[in-house]
Design a protein around this ligand. Sequence first.
Ligand SMILES: Nc1ncnc2c1ncn2[C@@H]1O[C@H](COP(=O)(O)OP(=O)(O)OP(=O)(O)O)[C@@H](O)[C@H]1O
Ligand SMILES: [Mg+2]
Length: 350
Amino acid sequence: MRVAVLANLKKNAPTWDGMLSDQWDDLDSEKTIQSLIGALNYGGHEATFLEGDMSLYDHLRALKPDICFNICEGHFGDAREAQVPALLEMLRIPYTGSRVMALALALDKPMTKRILTYHGLPTPPFQVFERLDEPLDPALVFPLFVKPSREGTGMGVMADSIVHDEAEMRAKVQKIFDRYRQPALVERFIDGREVTVGLVGNLVLPVARRLPEDGNASRIGDGLHIFPALEVDMARYPAEEGGIYSNRLKVELAEDFHPICPAPLRPDQVEELNWLTAAVFRVIGCLDVARVDFRLDVLDNDRPYILEVNPLPGLSPGISDLCIEAAADGWSYERLINRILDEALRRFCL
Ligand SMILES: Nc1ncnc2c1ncn2[C@@H]1O[C@H](COP(=O)(O)OP(=O)(O)OP(=O)(O)O)[C@@H](O)[C@H]1O
Ligand SMILES: [Mg+2]
């Protein structure tokens, strides 16, 4: 098959005077694209990279791919991860991964949390600040955690995200407004282990964006392959990071990564995390691949809390969580990438 690998490369991203130093931290490296192309070629396909910017429309019409392997994070706007998929739908070109609605939704953490809460799935209690003078919900008890509503790669997340009183909280909210020009998400701070669970596959139909009503827990994950959970060993990082998986750890200290995979968890904990991961995949309407981030509350018997879902998880071999999890499961990088493609092909051939 002719496969177009669609991504936004850091080196192709627009630049301007006064841009933020972390502006493009969530974009991809050439190395990742080379790995993806290598894996797809290994799978018998003819893979070509196309930059997911304004040039894409013309390049797609010239290349005429059978399918796109989409990992575009986008550049601008609060639907930036959904823009390329919207274009592909307009052109009627099949593509891997989640579609427009799930991508736009998952980028918006508060909106995602509202849906999780509606379905009774555990996510830290929260409040969104659009203005600095909004009264704090008295149900939210310090310490709290403050982060941007719509960023990834730990952008805006650092030790000062943990706030202990209202003055600290409002100072951090103001920082988010100033730096990221978007609402600040204030959540209960979950002190505890940092765990992430990745998966490939698709739910067996009929699914809809809800949990099954018949209480059949085993059915919820049918069709999904869930990888072993990965724990980030926060104890191995400098204490000044505050035990937080911050932007600095994800970018500057990325080479000094301390994953434990499979995470040391009891079978009942693994079962619960897997159930929650499948439930999130289902209610958000993800397709083909995703990764769900959790914290285990040390104050409540390691009870898992869902922090967010990543429908475009990083795919750098040996570095990204999902790739490490797949490797721990005995999967080669080539197998992982071709499985994601095959899941999409199967959907489009239905
Ligand atoms: N409510 C919370 N309580 C404690 N720690 C939190 C909380 N929310 C976020 N964190 C910390 O901040 C990190 C980044 O948060 P989150 O996963 O929401 O951001 P992200 O930038 O979207 O991450 P990703 O790189 O996975 O896209 C988490 O991995 C965790 O260490
Ligand atoms: Mg995360």
